[in-house]
Every structure is written in structure tokens, then in C-alpha cells.
Design a protein around this ligand. Structure first.
Ligand code: SAM
Length: 331
């Protein structure tokens, strides 16, 4: 079996990267990996690339382990310390790519104690990489206070950007991506959840919410009641074998998961903003019939009603009934 390739072949010439960090202590730069000195291994860079001291915020895959960038692998190979949310989770990624390096846990329960230690190491000139279990650190994950403290200390901070479930779900949702609001997790308790939903309801931006399988149905029910009739997408297990995208109105999705039960895996809910809701509300029955008539010219009743329901955000059942009536009239 051919070995998987991820390391750069030698001979690519010198690659210089730099960031500027404007802080109290002036511009700081993190730079330079000389790839011409890297070994030509298919699996692991044999010679550690050199990186300047600093804090590197490294995004990791949200499912598919091949969604790691070459530069992230360079930094993880070079880092004296890899601060991980859960060392066992990061171990899987590191061993997949044959990476060593000291792993230290940095999570919400030990962050207060670990932060001074990491800052000491950084001030002493260490390359420290921060990773979370999946995706981009700081996005519903630990790291913000460490970044803030590093900036305050004049330590160079840069990022190795990569996957984040929020953006992956947004781009697949079919909802407007020009303005969006990332909510992260809603409160688990119903009263608090509804209060937060009420706060974000007026936003004229697509809403992105992280959720767990067991809470999906109750959350969608609250959303349907507080946010009203809006188009939404449930994005599940993104980049994984059983990736699934289910689109419909909030009420339809709530009804589906109330009967289907709690789905397995990781979930993002993407919901149309208040402007989408208003636009959908402005669609009249005549508009629906016109769209259906056009669709029925080339599609079956079922396909036409699915297409029009998705495009207009109207409940599928209602659109299907109208399509049946139109089709009967046309016979
Ligand atoms: N930092 C991560 C990021 O950048 O996306 C998010 C971490 S947060 C603790 C974990 C949540 O992200 C999950 O509960 C789920 O809502 C979402 N998530 C992570 N991976 C996902 C995937 N492959 N598919 C769908 N949602 C995912």
C-alpha cells in the first residue's frame, strides 16, 4: 500500500512566513521555515522546522484527520509544548502523523493553574502550540484568556487557521453567508435557552448554534416557538463518514427530530436571520402557486413541492397540498 504523503518534498526552496503583532512592545514577528532543509520523508518531517518563540493557535480536523494543514503539522512537530484540551484526543492526531512533543493539558478545569506556567515557558522562548479536541481553539473551546494574557505580556501570537464546524455548517446550509452570528452553545435549561433565543431573534444575520444530539429536538422546538417560521439546516457529523444535512423550516425540523429521536454525533444548527424570516413571511400563496406551476412543468408533484418548500421556507406538507390541487386542476 502506498504510504500517505503529507510532508513537503525537499527542494521547494525557502519559505518565509511572517506575522506582525502590534502590541505595547512594538512589532513582533514569527517567521521562517526553511523547507529546503526538510527531509523528503513521505510521512514525517525528519528534521524539525524551526519556528520563532511564540504562541501558535493551531486548528485541527473536526472529523476527517486529513483536514490538517501542512503548516499545522510543521508547528506541531516543532513545538516544545503542545497544550491540548484532552491529551488522549490530541494523541490520536499526533500519532497518526508520527509527531512527538510534550503534551500538556489545558482545559477549562485547569486553565487558571496552567496559564502562568505556559506564559513562563513562552517568555523563556518556547514554541507553544495550542490545540483543542477538534476545530479551531477558542471557538467554544478554551484559549481566549491565554491569548489575551500572551498579548498583554508582549508575546508573539499567531494562528494556523483551519477547520471550524461553524463555518463548515454555514457554507453548507444554503442560507445567506454574508452576515452571520455565532451563538455557540445555548444554555441547556429551557428558560435560559428561550431567553437567549429571544435576545438573538431580531438579528438580521444567519444564526449558528452548536448543539448535542439529546438536546436537538427540545432546542429546535424552542427555536420554532421563539424565532418563528424560519428556514434552517441541521448539519451533523461534518467531514465524517455519516455527514448529514437536513434542511427545512424550524417547525419541520423540530417535528422530525421529535419523532426520529436524538441523533448520534456532533451537530450544528444554522438558522435564517430575522430578515430571512420577514422575507419568507412576505411570500404570498399566489407566489407559492406561481413557483409550483413553474416547477410542475418539469418535476413530479413530490419533487416540485420539496423544491418550493425549501426555496420558500413554507412547510412541506402545506406546499404539497397546494401542488396536488394545482396538478389536479391542470389534468
Ligand atoms: N472548536 C470547535 C470548532 O472550531 O468548531 C468547536 C468545539 S465545541 C466544544 C464542539 C461542538 O462543535 C460540537 O458539540 C458540535 O456542535 C460542533 N462540531 C464539532 N465537530 C463537528 C462536526 N464534525 N460536525 C458537526 N458539528 C461539529
Amino acid at each position: 500500500m502506498p504510504r500517505r504523503q503529507f510532508a513537503h518534498k525537499a527542494g521547494g526552496g525557502k519559505t518565509t512566513r511572517a506575522i506582525s503583532e502590534r502590541g505595547g512592545q512594538g512589532a513582533k514577528r514569527i517567521e521562517s521555515v526553511d523547507r529546503s532543509k526538510q527531509a523528503a520523508s513521505d510521512d514525517v518531517p525528519r528534521e524539525k522546522p524551526r519556528f520563532a518563540a511564540g504562541l501558535y493557535i493551531v486548528a485541527t480536523p473536526i472529523g476527517n484527520l486529513r483536514d490538517i494543514t501542512l503548516r499545522a503539522l510543521d508547528v506541531l512537530a516543532a513545538a516544545e509544548i503542545v497544550a491540548c484540551e484532552d491529551t488522549r484526543v490530541t494523541e490520536k492526531l499526533m500519532s497518526r502523523y508520527g509527531l512527538g512533543g510534550q503534551r500538556l493539558p489545558y482545559h477549562e478545569h485547569n486553565a487558571e493553574g496552567m496559564r502562568p506556567l505556559l506564559l513562563e515557558k513562552l517568555k523563556a522562548g518556547a514554541v507553544v502550540a495550542l490545540v483543542s479536541d477538534a476545530g479551531t481553539p477558542l471557538i467554544s473551546d478554551p484559549g481566549f484568556k491565554l491569548v489575551r494574557a500572551a498579548i498583554a505580556e508582549g508575546i508573539a501570537v499567531t494562528t494556523l487557521p483551519g477547520p471550524s464546524a461553524a463555518l463548515a455548517a454555514l457554507v453548507l446550509s444554503g442560507l445567506p453567508s454574508d452576515r452571520f452570528f455565532f451563538q455557540g452553545f445555548l444554555p441547556p435549561k429551557e428558560t435560559a435557552r428561550r431567553r437567549v433565543l429571544g435576545e438573538i431573534a431580531p438579528l438580521q444575520a444567519t444564526l449558528i448554534v452548536y448543539e448535542t444530539g439529546p438536546r436537538l429536538a427540545p432546542t429546535l422546538t424552542d427555536m420554532a416557538e421563539v424565532l418563528g417560521e424560519r428556514p434552517a439546516t441541521v448539519a451533523r457529523e461534518l467531514t465524517k463518514l455519516y455527514e448529514e444535512l437536513r434542511r427545512g423550516s424550524l417547525a419541520e425540523l423540530a417535528a422530525h427530530y421529535a419523532t426520529a429521536g436524538a441523533p448520534k454525533g456532533e451537530i450544528v444548527i444554522v438558522i435564517g436571520g430575522a430578515d430571512e424570516a420577514a422575507a419568507r413571511a412576505a411570500i404570498t400563496d399566489d407566489d407559492i402557486d406561481a413557483a409550483l406551476e413553474a416547477a410542475l412543468a418539469t418535476m413530479s408533484v413530490k419533487d416540485a413541492s420539496t423544491a418550493v418548500a425549501e426555496a420558500t421556507g413554507r412547510p412541506r406538507r402545506e406546499v404539497y397540498q397546494r401542488a396536488l390541487a394545482l396538478a389536479a386542476r391542470g389534468e
